[in-house]
Design a protein around this ligand. Sequence first.
Ligand SMILES: NC(=O)c1ccc[n+]([C@@H]2O[C@H](COP(=O)([O-])OP(=O)(O)OC[C@H]3O[C@@H](n4cnc5c(N)ncnc54)[C@H](OP(=O)(O)O)[C@@H]3O)[C@@H](O)[C@H]2O)c1
Length: 329
Amino acid sequence: MADTIRWGIIGPGSIAHRFAEGITAVPDATLAAIASRTPERAQSFGDKWNVPKRYNAYEDLVADPEIDAVYVSTPHPYHAPCSLLAIEAGKPVLCEKPFTVNAAEARRVAAAARKKGVFAMEAMWSRFFPIMARLRQIVADGSAGEVRLVHADFGFRAGVNPESRLFSPALAGGGLLDVGVYPVSLASMLLGKPDRVTGVATLGETGVDESAAIALGYPSGALASLTTGIRVNTPHTAVICTTEGSISFPAPWWVPERMTVKVGRSSAEYHEPKQASGFEYEIAEASRCIRAGLTESPILPLDETIAVMDTMDQLRALWGVRYPMEEAQ
Ligand SMILES: NC(=O)c1ccc[n+]([C@@H]2O[C@H](COP(=O)([O-])OP(=O)(O)OC[C@H]3O[C@@H](n4cnc5c(N)ncnc54)[C@H](OP(=O)(O)O)[C@@H]3O)[C@@H](O)[C@H]2O)c1
């Protein structure tokens, strides 16, 4: 494997710009190609970020022997097909969140990656910030006590557009998969897989969840209380309540640059600003794993991504949110 990982992007839409900015802060990674079905987009994105190769078919990018890894940033229903396309071509994959539409798809992608022996990871970018590494260490060493409650939210008020990625059932719309996945994943990182999953949601005119209040229970007795939505602004904060104090993140907690750890009467502040868009940390981790010959990241293994999708499947089943593409699965 080359010292510098040459990345290609499938689906250079709006979020792919943050990947392109982030990779500029990763010394041993470079953006070498993009693939868009829309030639003008390939051109304008490629010009903006000085991308040497531009393809008009996803198949052509994954077949390029000078591409070492693929970032998938298409809408949710195309995550599994695009990831599988890359994996079948033997290319490692970093795929946007949610990893897939449901757990069955996530299992298929994980099985394909394992069979082929290639790296795959969900691009849950917040998890790879330096402050999150510090949080995991504090939780593991118990210096702030044992985690008993995770309180986190991610909701914003978007205008209703039934055709859009956020509201269209055909594009697996709804708040849970788009932004609810962030607090669900945070709770998973801190507490593991819940053994009780419940919650209520308000569905909108297109039938997708527009706001939701989620409660998760864990075998240890710990709980998570999470809110999310695409029709309501929430505080965008996270507070982890422990037996000895609390660990809190100011808004927006999913760009975790600051953290306050309170233990008894003492309080410690941490501040580690991002270097670029914040995507640099997930790119660095995926590139490190690929160079080291790992097929999964220990920070976000595929089984954990599958467990997160399982939790979200259970919530959608409770709310009666089922997407058209799931009817055929
Ligand atoms: N990590 C984050 O902070 C973050 C933030 C926002 C979104 N996301 C995730 O990123 C993904 C993409 O979101 P986005 O807002 O960037 O989407 P977007 O701007 O709509 O871009 C979608 C890209 O996917 C391609 N695509 C392939 N098949 C498509 C289809 N049938 N319909 C529409 N587009 C299709 C588009 O096509 P071309 O081939 O024509 O270029 C385009 O380049 C979502 O899964 C979302 O959850 C992540």
